[in-house]
Design a protein around this ligand. Structure first.
Ligand code: C2E
Ligand code: MG
Ligand code: MG
Ligand code: MG
Length: 281
């Protein structure tokens, strides 16, 4: 009996594995098509100065405009893209498209001349040998100057890569701005953090969203801001949704923020409308 039982179990297991592999394969194929059919879009979420209330830049966030399913969020396809290596062409396209868009806004609207674009890099992209050359090429092709580009990398992306320090220094030499995304959720060696030429820490949304209810989270936020300032970095709070969170962050001298309180990520047209209006919070 035990043997039969085991057999049934492993058959079930195999079916589950098979289905999982199939759907992964299907998603991979659909994603390949999406790139060719140009179904990917960049959405732009304003990053706001908490002192002036003005837009200082945008974060580029990819979406998949699926012909049947509509707008698909990156959480649903970025993991597969990372697993299959498709993140390389996707990331390359997002970088190019968002730099091109910002450059276009800069030439169209005088008020856009100082804006920056923040682009997410997955750890897969970060460990590509020719990454710096690729970024340089995109800047050259789009005409965007390097000090208007910010690259967002996660703690694990940096800490798991032996070449990080050398790579980040190359970006620093190019005057590309470097941010650690979702800060506080990974494990960072603070002594190693000091060795990297990081300009900005982005406080993860999970701390910001509960900082008004949970004392511990408020203390984490405070600690990250103090840490950043002591290391000569600036801070962006992610996921600001309420006026109370905003007021609290201002009291803590957090200089920048983004979140639904200001704006959700917008398509390029809606972002442009916001720019033209010269909106101020
Ligand atoms: P992220 O880089 O930490 O981006 C912030 C995410 O928080 C975005 O989700 C944004 O829409 C969301 N968000 C911003 N403000 C609020 C708020 O007030 N409340 C709530 N509930 N959410 C807020 P999104 O666009 O779904 O992206 C999720 C993640 O997918 C990103 O997290 C990033 O890790 C990844 N991602 C997005 N675009 C790209 C890309 O082009 N390349 C790579 N490698 N990853 C990307
Ligand atoms: Mg990000
Ligand atoms: Mg983030
Ligand atoms: Mg995040």
């Amino acid at each position: 009996h035990a043997k039969e039982h085991g057999k049934a179990r492993s058959a079930l297991f195999d079916t589950a594995m098979y289905n999982q592999a199939m759907s992964l394969l299907q998603l991979e194929m659909a994603l390949r098509w999406a790139i060719e059919r140009q179904e990917l879009r960049v959405y732009y979420q304003p990053i706001v100065s908490l002192t002036t209330g003005r837009i200082i830049g945008f974060e580029a966030l990819v979406r998949w405009l699926h012909p049947e399913q509509g707008l698909v969020s990156p959480a649903q396809f970025i993991p597969v893209a990372e697993e299959t290596g498709l993140i390389i062409p996707i990331g390359q396209w997002v970088l190019y498209e968002s730099c091109r868009q910002l450059r276009q806004w800069q030439t169209q609207f005088p008020t856009a001349s100082t804006l920056t674009i923040s682009v997410n890099l997955s750890s897969k992209q970060f460990s590509q040998p020719n990454l710096v050359a690729q970024v340089e090429q995109v800047l050259k092709d789009t005409g965007l100057s390097s000090n208007h580009l910010k690259l967002e990398i996660t703690e694990s992306g940096i800490m798991n890569n032996a070449e990080s320090a050398a790579l980040l220094r190359q970006f620093q030499a190019l005057k590309v701005h470097l941010c650690i995304d979702d800060f506080g959720t990974g494990y960072s060696s603070l002594s190693r953090l000091r060795q990297f030429p990081i300009n900005t820490l982005k406080i993860d949304r999970s701390f910001v969203s509960t900082m008004r209810e949970a004392v511990e989270d408020a203390e984490v936020v405070q600690a990250i801001i103090t840490l950043a300032h002591n290391l000569g970095m600036d801070v962006v709070a992610e996921g600001i949704e309420t006026a109370e969170q905003l007021a609290h962050l201002r009291r803590l001298h957090c200089e920048q923020g983004q979140g639904y309180f200001f704006s959700k990520p917008l398509n390029s047209q809606a972002a442009e409308t916001l720019l033209i209006a010269g909106f101020q919070w």
